[in-house]
Ligand binder design. Structure first.
Ligand code: SF4
Ligand code: SF4
Length: 236
């Protein structure tokens, strides 16, 4: 492992006395199988070309000493989320107990201000035509599987992660696995300089990870070929 980014990532644990859910992604355990991405697609019937979670990767080194670096990505459920501040109709909002950043589809006017405001490119527009649901022409993103977590289940991506790279839980519960992991490992967050206070923490993400992740923030670089196919077949 090259030099680690030893930033201090936990700037807040949300509202005192409330739960603060977080995800820890141990990049040392991620094998890039994309099972999390598939499980998420299955859970939400996310259309072609857009993803609530995705796993960009980069190959470094020269043959025969090459290495693949995976960086699972999703909404960070930030504690100071610019997407919420920038929504003109309060369609996107933060849940005090748990810290989820969620979306009210019926309020969203599809103006994309939140997409522009999110420094992580974690939001996307749903197409105007979908087969099984009337939810169209609004912005969507990862919800930390709110509907599952409120039934005491973990998010679909966490449940399916065969490497146990993704761990989910209440950061304010001292007995939770996420609390244990962040207390006993150096952790990193993406783009700490943005001041969003993300609640997706990485273990073992080195400079190589975070620098290639910067490419992933550029909208067209996220699943570019999938997006091209999406744009060809759907008008949004
Ligand atoms: S990652 Fe982006 S979409 Fe998610 S809460 Fe932060 S600013 Fe909002
Ligand atoms: S696209 Fe929807 S959620 Fe995003 S800022 Fe506009 S109204 Fe708010």
């Amino acid at each position: 492992m090259s030099e680690e980014l030893r930033v201090s990532p936990i700037e807040t644990r949300g509202v005192a006395g409330k739960r603060r859910f977080a995800m820890v992604v141990d990049t040392r355990r991620c094998i890039g199988c994309m099972a999390c991405q598939v499980a998420c697609k299955a859970e939400y019937d996310t259309p072609l070309g857009v993803n609530r979670t995705w796993v960009p990767y980069k190959v470094s080194g020269k043959y025969p000493n090459v290495k693949k670096h995976f960086l699972p990505r999703l909404c960070n459920h930030c504690d100071d989320p610019p997407c919420v501040r920038n929504c003109p109709v309060e369609a996107t909002f933060k849940v005090e107990d748990g810290g989820f950043v969620l979306q009210r589809y019926e309020r969203c006017i599809g103006c994309r201000s939140c997409m522009a405001a999110c420094p992580y490119n974690a939001r996307f527009m749903l197409p105007s035509h979908r087969t099984y649901t009337p939810i169209t022409n609004v912005v969507d993103k990862c919800t930390f599987c709110f509907h599952r977590v409120t039934q005491n289940l973990v998010p679909a991506c966490v449940q399916t992660c065969i490497g146990r790279s993704r761990v989910f839980g209440d950061l304010n519960d001292p007995n939770s696995e996420v609390s244990y992991l962040v207390a006993n490992n150096p952790t990193q967050v993406l783009r700490p300089e943005q001041g969003t206070k993300p609640h997706v923490f990485y273990i073992g993400a080195d400079r190589s990870h975070t620098e290639f992740a910067r490419d992933a923030y550029r909208r067209l670089d996220v699943m570019e070929s999938e997006r091209a196919a999406f744009n060809k077949h759907f008008k949004i």
